[in-house]
Ligand binder design. Structure first.
Ligand code: 6LW
Length: 537
């Protein structure tokens, strides 16, 4: 069986494509750098991270981008011996204006090198490319604009794209007006047996989410809706363990089987706090993940085998098994000169300005930079929460010299929602202290200040810090010897690091656990991290 989700933790907007016997899924990364994560499989069951194509500021510069801006919905396709990757870099998401820039990069190999980004206009988002049999390419997307903000703009628009000159034809053809579900986006077109099939995401990317199918014998429409209703959705199955199913893409195997990859979330339910749970369905700190289902064709229409709801398991594809997979655990002893690809940074690449893996062998050195509320330059490396129960810990040394320098471990959703277990320097006591800070919808609370300090004794070099996530709650602990742990009294709510809890603006990512060093004073400081482990429970 294939277990869902196939990509755990924040991996939304999966765009699947096949080249021969190889399958690839590109997922959105938003403000996390490098941009776009492409996974590779041969059996649709076992995946590995194969590429992160937007890995330099020449490819992607997100400094200053808003929370949940950055990379939205990449679309990956293979044609004419090339991989074609479209993506949007969203610069402004405050309603009613949005500003995003669309780009195309190509490469003959998924590992790259990728071409320089080719501008594809700024008029919309969720673009994909349809490669027509006659060699012509079409660019399909959902337009945006202030006038249409309050009235969900449901049009899907197409422009011809000349791949020789990299020019988009200015003529825009509306090919689909959406259904009553509204928020029509994420168009993908496929051709099969004389029909063009248009898949769109509708209903918005939360619990109402769904995949709509329409078909036409003419690429430009009119498209008729599937009589079978949504291809995938969990809106009508509120107790289903996986929710928010939508935003899908189709793939046919070399053996003629069909599958859909789509995004979905595993909510934490609230048995005793129903009012907190959206539609009574809970909140999803693991973000929108990637799932897969089997498709069969009935009288020329695609249908998800067993119904449109998301399934925890589906029968395997008739494909030879591949011998890799994504480990449930992650340990980093920082003995590589390059940052492990489990890590991502915020908005900008991991450069010498942020830290070093070579300054001291087996050590990640982070230099103090911006705080966790900044949109610019943080020394933060973070990895996704992928389980409802896990433990993450680090061993570190840090010698701050003023109260504006700190380092430690954090759980982060965005600049307005995070917690931070840190060491700083208390100038009144003349000692290093352990503290907790929480930012909850922009409101800060400080723990273990003003008479309630936890002092790090001067003779202690190493401090261990740990976070345990236990379903709805999580808590931090510390140790001065790596054996004897002391748990902080304050517990935090896991569900506060979820798309569902975030008010307004962007709410598209998921919770991360990270290592962070900051220096507001600008005097310069660094923290040395000797190990990090993420262990599912
Ligand atoms: C994505 C779009 C969407 O591009 O959210 O709500 C965006 N809809 O399909 C971020 O995933």
């Amino acid at each position: 069986m294939i277990n869902n989700p196939i990509l755990k933790g924040f991996h939304p907007d999966p765009s699947v494509c096949r080249n021969g016997e190889d399958y690839y899924i590109a997922t959105s990364t938003f403000e996390w750098f490098p941009g776009v994560r492409i996974f590779h499989s041969k059996d649709l069951k076992n995946w590995r991270l194969a590429a992160t194509p937007l890995d330099s500021v020449d490819m992607l510069d997100m400094k200053g981008n808003p929370d949940s801006g950055g990379i939205w919905a990449p679309a990956l396709s293979y044609s004419d011996g090339l991989f074609w990757l479209l993506f949007t870099d969203v610069k402004v998401i405050d309603a009613p204006w949005k500003n995003g820039r669309n780009f195309l990069v190509t490469s003959s190999s998924i590992e790259g090198p990728w071409s320089k980004p080719i501008p594809m206009g700024n008029g919309g988002f969720d673009p994909s490319l349809f490669h027509s049999d006659d060699g012509q390419k079409y660019y399909v997307y959902r337009p945006w604009g202030p006038r249409n903000h309050s009235d969900p703009y449901n049009k899907i628009v197409m422009q011809a794209f000349d791949a020789k000159t990299n020019r988009l034809d200015k003529k825009r053809i509306t090919i689909f007006e959406g259904t009553d579900l509204k928020y029509t986006e994420a168009p993908n077109i496929y051709k099969k047996d004389g029909y063009y099939y248009l898949l769109t995401a509708e209903g918005g990317t939360s619990f109402e989410h769904s995949v709509t199918v329409a078909r036409s014998q003419d690429l430009f429409g009119p498209y008729e809706l599937s009589p079978h209703g949504a291809l995938v959705t969990t809106w009508h199955t509120p107790s289903n363990e996986i929710q928010k199913a939508g935003h899908g893409a189709l793939v046919e195997t070399q053996n003629g089987e069909w599958f859909i990859t789509y995004l979905a979330s595993r909510p934490l339910r609230f048995p005793d706090k129903p009012l907190l749970a959206k539609h009574g369905r809970g909140m999803c700190p693991l973000g929108r993940e990637t799932a897969i289902d089997r498709i069969e064709w009935q009288q020329g229409w695609p249908i998800a085998v067993g119904g449109p709801h998301a399934k925890l398991q589906i029968p395997e594809a008739n494909l030879p098994a591949c011998d890799w997979g994504i480990s449930e655990h992650f340990t980093d002893n920082f003995d590589n000169s390059k940052l492990d690809n489990n890590w991502q940074t915020l908005r900008i690449p991991f450069t010498d300005k942020l830290g070093s893996l070579t300054e001291k062998s087996g050590v990640l050195r982070l230099y103090g930079n911006d705080s966790l509320v900044s949109l610019f330059e943080q020394s933060t490396i973070a990895t996704r929460w992928r389980h409802h129960h896990f433990s993450a810990q680090t061993k570190m040394t840090f010698s701050p010299e003023n109260f504006q320098q700190s380092a430690g471990i954090c759980c982060y959703y965005n600049t307005s929602n995070w917690t931070y277990c840190l060491i700083d320097f208390d100038e009144e006591l003349g000692k290093r202290c352990l503290r907790l800070i929480q930012i909850d919808q922009q409101i800060a609370t400080f723990h273990h200040y003003d008479g309630n300090e936890i002092i790090v004794p001067d003779n202690i070099a190493h401090v261990w810090m740990k976070v345990d996530v236990e379903g709805l709650d999580y808590y931090y602990s510390y140790s001065f010897d790596g054996d004897n742990w002391i748990q902080f009294e304050k517990n935090f709510e896991s569900w506060k690091l979820s798309d569902d809890y975030i008010n307004g603006r962007g709410f598209f990512t998921g919770a991360f656990v990270g290592l962070h060093c900051e220096d507001i004073s600008g005097d310069g400081c660094f923290a040395d991290f000797e190990s990090f482990t993420y262990q599912a429970k």
